[in-house]
Design a protein around this ligand. Structure first.
Ligand code: PEP
Ligand code: MN
Length: 262
């Protein structure tokens, strides 16, 4: 179902007034929802710079159990309120199939995180819903495993799948992950599904977000998802890779220039 031979034309996932897989789409916002004030400040800023989709995690699957785990349902409520107030489409991570009804009630797009890409029971349950889903590539997954994960969702009847390349684990430690732009070009050939690039987790470094964002546009991505925090040094998660609103505005302008040139 995911393969281009099954469906030659590109899939467009429509979420409210936003087409993903149509025009290039910018998704941005903090790694985690921390407070209403933080979210509204971030949302207003990224919207002004052209972002249509607001991100913010309420359930954070952190590498250490002692790190901030997210505001859970309180975070979902804040994301929902800020989405309504700014008229933005919202995306948030889902970590358990028992959360599907709850998360769907508050957010417009479900995000399956890298660590859950092969949580097949979660994928099957999301497949039974009709919710748009952004499926992140597993941190050590091959392209084939990633597409098979998408197939799990589509097989249950949900066609609204968006793929997201977010970097893979390699021997390189200077960056948090290695953003695999090969995979973006390859998957655009292999599948009709939209492909979004996440340079934030793909590099883990604020100084590399702009160049990798430009590269993602040039390689044919359908959009970007970028972590932006009003005060990155105070972020409760992923501050080192979060852009300030001003830096995001600059990236957004560069992306638009490249899009015009293509
Ligand atoms: C995130 O988007 O904040 C996140 C945890 O991403 P990933 O699942 O790609 O690590
Ligand atoms: Mn993050």
């Amino acid at each position: 179902l995911v393969s281009r031979s099954a469906k030659p034309d590109n899939t467009v996932v429509r979420v409210k007034d936003v087409d993903i897989g149509g025009n290039f789409v910018m998704m941005a916002g903090p790694c985690a929802v921390e407070s209403y004030e933080q979210m509204i400040e971030a949302a207003k800023a990224v919207k002004k710079s052209g972002a249509k989709v607001l991100r913010g995690g309420a359930y954070k699957p952190r590498s250490s159990p002692y790190s901030f785990q997210g505001l859970e349902e309180e975070g979902l409520k804040i994301l929902n309120a800020v989405g309504r107030e700014t008229g933005m489409v919202t995306i948030t991570e889902i970590v358990s199939s028992s959360h599907i009804d709850k998360v769907s009630q508050y957010a417009d797009i479900l995000q399956v995180g890298s660590r859950n890409m092969q949580n097949f029971e979660l994928l099957k349950e999301i497949g039974k819903s009709n919710m748009p889903v952004l499926l992140k590539r597993g941190l050590s997954s091959t392209i084939e495993e990633w597409l098979n994960a998408a197939e799990y969702i589509m097989k249950e009847g949900n066609p609204n799948v968006i793929l997201c390349e977010r970097g893979i684990r390699t021997f390189e430690t200077y960056t948090r992950n290695t953003l695999d732009l090969n995979a973006v070009a390859a998957v655009k050939n292999l599948s009709h599904l939209p492909v979004i690039v996440d340079p934030s987790h793909g590099t883990g470094r604020r100084d590399l977000i702009a160049p990798l964002s430009r590269a993602a546009v040039a390689v044919g991505a359908d959009g970007l998802i970028i972590e932006v925090h009003p005060h990155p040094d105070m972020a409760l998660s992923d501050g080192a890779q979060s852009l300030t609103p001003e830096e995001f505005d600059k990236v957004s302008k560069e992306v638009n220039k490249i899009l015009l040139a293509l």
